[in-house]
Ligand binder design. Structure first.
Ligand SMILES: Cc1cc2nc3c(=O)[nH]c(=O)nc-3n(C[C@H](O)[C@H](O)[C@H](O)COP(=O)(O)O)c2cc1C
Length: 328
């Protein structure tokens, strides 16, 4: 998820049991121009494998070149974005627009699959317009072009995140292709995951928003049970996430990036509502940490344990030039 799936988020997802994690979408044009911030997305830690890195773009040759770099950075799988509905992306001919241009979409998959040794997969929406069934036409063609798996988020691009994901389309897609289909959209609980798997025949489910500030959702989906995290656990995970994000993005970028996470972590009835407002208004991350530790004093011990168990930053493999550390 763009603006969410930083390395700290992915490592946390793996710790809580995710079988595969995925990067934010990475611009192939950004890679081509060696944009510092774009290259920052290609930092891969030793404990996030298996990792998919998702790319977006509209030019087959540029995307093939980007795929080589993404693979060199350590991706175990390259995913292509044919689902992003955001205008900034679609106006460049990338993302969901490609569902309306299957020939180009196929040329992109062919070029990327030809350039990469790791499997190449595609993530898509149902189509551009409400009620569209374009994914059922395009999906099999993409498999023919070399896609090793398809993820379907069965909302239209126009819908953005409104309405519900129509997984009857996922079931139809499963019938049409002989590669694994991953179901994405509105999977928020074990019951929902089981229902989607059973009714679609999908090979896996992808969990997005349910894990924002809530890695415990992964545990519930995988193992069941309704154990809620304690305040101490929540505060410790949030502080660890903050520290990791600072290491990744630098203090200045992390400070604004992290604000949306406070509500996500502290919600669910875990902390009183005004507490989040208080945190958002604090000027520095140090103050946020201090305030969190004051609200949940036991968090310090939990945090110490978590940090001890994590591979240290030195164990993290960063295969890219030192100049891009800090994210730009
Ligand atoms: C903030 C945000 C950013 C997202 N960014 C991406 C992205 O970069 N690439 C992508 O394939 N999907 C992206 N998605 C879509 C999700 O991967 C997923 O398909 C969608 O949110 C539905 O699943 P969910 O109900 O589990 O969240 C994003 C969703 C959100 C909410």
């Amino acid at each position: 998820m763009a603006g969410v799936s930083v390395q700290a988020f992915r490592r946390q997802g793996r710790r809580f049991g995710a079988g595969l994690v995925c990067s934010e979408m990475v611009s192939c044009a950004g890679i081509e121009h060696r944009n510092e911030r774009t290259l920052g997305y290609l930092r891969v830690a030793s404990d996030e494998h298996p990792l998919a890195i998702q790319i977006f773009g509209s030019e087959p040759a540029t995307m093939a070149e980007a795929a080589r770099m993404v693979e060199a950075a350590g991706a175990d799988l390259i995913d292509i974005n044919f689902g992003c509905p955001v205008r900034k992306v679609t106006k460049t001919g990338a993302g969901a627009t490609l569902l309306d241009d299957p020939d180009r979409a196929c040329r992109i998959v062919e070029a990327v699959a030809g350039a990469a040794d790791v499997p190449v997969t595609v993530k898509m929406r149902r189509g551009l317009e409400d009620g569209s069934r374009a994914c059922l036409d395009v999906g099999p063609r993409l498999v023919g072009a070399g896609a090793a798996a398809l993820t379907l988020h069965p909302r239209s691009a126009k819908q953005m995140y409104t309405g519900t994901a129509d997984h009857s389309l996922t079931a139809e897609l499963v019938e049409l292709v002989d590669v694994p289909v991953i179901a994405s959209g509105d999977v928020t609980s074990r019951a929902r995951a089981q229902a989607v798997l059973a009714t679609t025949g999908a090979a896996a489910v992808m969990i997005g928003r349910a894990t924002q500030g809530n890695p415990w959702a992964l545990r519930e989906i995988l193992e069941g049970g309704d154990a809620q995290p304690s305040r101490e656990e929540v505060a410790a995970e949030l502080i660890l996430f903050m520290r990791e994000t600072v290491r990744e993005l630098g203090e200045r970028r992390a400070t604004s990036f992290l604000k949306k996470f406070y509500g996500w972590y502290l919600g669910h009835g875990r902390f009183p509502r005004p507490f989040k407002q208080e945190l958002v208004q604090l000027a520095t991350l140090e103050e946020v940490e201090t305030r969190l530790l004051a609200a949940a004093p036991g968090a310090a011990d939990v945090l110490a344990r978590l940090e001890e168990e994590l591979p240290s930053a030195d164990d993290v493999l960063l295969d890219l030039p030192i100049s891009i550390y800090g994210g730009g």
